[in-house]
Design a protein around this ligand. Structure first.
Ligand code: PEP
Length: 248
């Protein structure tokens, strides 16, 4: 049985003072959660997460990773640097990076490999736009995104990734995919994984992301192939994030 996993994506939000309130709020109430929990934070706050979260049930990680190991790549952060600060996870291929930074399926695949090389667990984001969904192209688009990643992975590494299905039209919009819409895509993703490594397909956690909130989390998380959530806005309020953790 797959353990549920709730990951927060803080995006470019936070300050030392605001993070301290949020992290202390989480630590005070989280107890011993049944699911795995992590926060993916802006790189400058990784040290603060290590300080605040070491010994707690909340892991932490970054939101992007360079394909390069080191060198003249101004502004980039390597997998080893994320690992240096105790990161367990890193988000790769978030739709905001695909849209605003032109990240291609191939680059996302390379970043996935970089993360694995550094010993991190990549949370690989995939998802279609509204136009693509309305044109009936969801499976083709999302399938191509995941296949690009799988084509670069060794068979033995398939089980080391986490996938997040995040329909672009649901991110930060308050619109959520229905549980059945999400389940259909998750099942498709699992079947793609199975073509590469049938055993790993049974263990890889496939998260849903896109306006998951305390009031819709339970129904989404009840679907057989939805193994958790990647949470944006609701991860910035301890009470909301904790309520989703409880639902999982
Ligand atoms: C996200 O940023 O990955 C996300 C799912 O955001 P939100 O929950 O705000 O839609």
């Amino acid at each position: 049985m797959r353990r549920k996993f709730i990951a927060g994506n803080w995006k470019m939000n936070g300050s030392l003072a605001a993070n301290a309130i949020l992290l202390n709020g989480l630590k005070a109430e989280i107890g011993r959660p049944a699911c795995a929990v992590a926060v993916c934070v802006p790189a400058p706050y990784l040290a603060q997460c290590r300080e605040e979260l070491t010994g707690s049930p909340v892991a932490w990680g970054g939101q992007d990773v360079s394909v390069h190991e080191s060198g003249a790549y101004t502004g980039e952060v390597s997998g080893a640097m994320l690992a240096d600060f105790g990161s367990r996870y890193v988000i790769v291929g978030h739709s905001e990076r695909r849209t605003y930074h032109g990240e291609s399926n191939e680059l996302v695949a390379q970043k996935t490999v970089s993360a694995l090389k550094a010993g991190l667990i990549p949370i690989v984001c995939v998802g279609e736009s509204l136009a693509e969904r309305e044109a009936g192209r969801t499976d083709a688009v999302v399938g191509a995104q995941i296949d690009a990643v799988l084509s670069m992975l060794d068979v033995g590494d398939v089980g080391k990734i986490v996938i997040a299905y995040e329909p672009v039209w649901a991110i930060g919009t308050g619109k959520t995919a229905t549980p059945q819409m999400a389940q259909d895509v998750h099942a498709m993703l699992r079947s793609r994984l199975a073509m590469k490594n049938a055993d790993a397909a049974e263990t890889v956690q496939i998260l849903y992301g896109g306006s998951m909130k305390p009031d819709n989390a339970r129904d989404l998380l009840a679907m057989p192939d939805i193994d958790g959530g990647l949470i944006g806005g609701a991860a910035l309020k301890a009470a909301d994030f904790l309520a989703i953790i409880k639902a999982a």
